[in-house]
Design a protein around this ligand. Structure first.
Ligand code: AMP
Ligand code: MG
Length: 347
């Protein structure tokens, strides 16, 4: 398949009638799949009402079929078609954080969405992306769009259109290139089917932000305890992994320097994920400043691109600094731990 690349300036007016957006919307209506920019990462969109389109998403990504997709909408009223109840807390959160990186899980009305999109569950995950190109596309096609991250399953999520092309060229109908994404890590997934909502996946909206608006919020036990079964089916898979083994290092800069030297003495090409504050301390073969520790949002923005860069540099092993488990640091650590398959070296 020839994958079309449509370059779109996200700042122009009247995006809904931009010829590239119009063509991409037509592809979606014809049950083809196209990648689109959102404020978190690039998504791979398909008509959520069509088994055919949803099957194409799973096939292109190589995604396990038991891992349900997030349904993207441009207008809050769209959810009434496929959700049975709108809990008060969810309504408050939608008002405050949509459009934005918050996915809410609702009880599902049967018979509207493809069962494959929701992996046969009786709940459905929904969000409204905060990106002008995504919103224009959703409005133009008029459909609920199922969209997981537009990477090959297991790889780091794409934060620009080039990453999508690296993984999915020839496997999808097209890519709307709206420039690099901003937040850099995926949405927070919040289960609002329980009285006290539960974070199933930490992301762009922090626990602290949610609690300011609706009071107590729980964390799925699996986020802190490896033995618990995660409530989000996708959270049990290894994800985001670079090609070389990644180790998180819990210790001083001096300790990390010694680890790097040790591996270099064994003849390995060593990658180091550092920050702007620490990059000068390390002499890895490839040392990358992944944002600024003093601004964790910048670490989230740069994270996946940094992991992909280690692949291009063909390192044999990667060491990464660790980050505080609060605010957006929670999402960063969750992704790093998954990318590392939980390999942590303690000083
Ligand atoms: P991705 O599409 O790659 O951003 O991943 C979406 C995440 O949301 C995965 O971890 C899914 O397992 C999770 N998810 C989607 N729908 C549901 C649902 N109905 N219940 C629980 N988790 C869900
Ligand atoms: Mg994903």
């Amino acid at each position: 398949m020839n994958t079309k690349i449509w370059i779109v300036d996200k700042y122009v007016d009247n995006l809904e009638n931009n010829p590239q957006v119009v063509e991409a919307a037509r592809f979606l209506q014809e049950n083809e799949v196209v990648a689109l920019p959102t404020e978190t990462v690039y998504g791979l969109g398909g008509n959520a009402e069509s088994d055919e389109a949803v099957e194409k998403i799973f096939a292109a990504k190589g995604r396990p079929s038991d891992n349900p997709l997030i349904i993207h909408i441009a207008d809050k009223n769209q959810i009434n078609a496929f959700v049975t109840e709108l809990p008060k807390k969810a309504e408050i959160l939608m008002e405050r954080f949509w459009p934005g990186p918050l996915t809410i899980i609702f009880k599902k009305k049967d018979g509207v969405l493809s069962e494959k999109a929701t992996a046969g569950l009786d709940t459905v995950a929904v969000r409204m992306p905060d990106h002008p190109v995504a919103i224009a596309l959703l409005k133009k096609c008029g459909l609920p769009i199922a969209a997981p991250s537009a990477n090959s399953s297991g790889k780091p999520s794409p934060t620009n259109a080039q990453h999508v092309v690296e993984d999915l060229n020839g496997k999808i109908a097209g890519v709307l290139d709206g420039g690099p994404t901003g937040v850099g890590v995926e949405s927070t997934v919040l289960d609002c089917t329980e009285e006290i909502p539960i974070i199933l996946r930490p992301g762009g909206i922090t626990k602290e932000q949610l609690e300011t608006v609706i009071g107590e919020v729980h964390l799925d036990a699996a986020l802190s305890d490896e033995a618990s079964k995660p409530k989000a089916p996708g959270m049990k898979y290894q994800h985001y992994a670079p090609n070389a083994p990644l180790f998180l290092v819990n210790g001083s800069r001096e300790f990390l320097r010694r680890l790097i030297e040790e591996k270099q003495n064994e003849g390995l090409r060593v990658g180091v994920l550092a920050t702007e504050e620490s990059v000068e301390y390390y002499h890895g073969d490839v040392t990358i400043a992944c944002g600024k520790r003093s601004e964790l949002e910048s670490v989230a923005t740069a994270l996946y691109e940094t992991l992909r860069n280690f692949n291009q540099e063909k390192v044999d092993i990667i060491f990464s600094e660790m980050f505080p488990n609060t605010g957006v640091g929670h999402a960063i650590m969750n992704r790093l731990q998954k990318a590392a398959g939980n390999k942590i070296i303690h000083e």
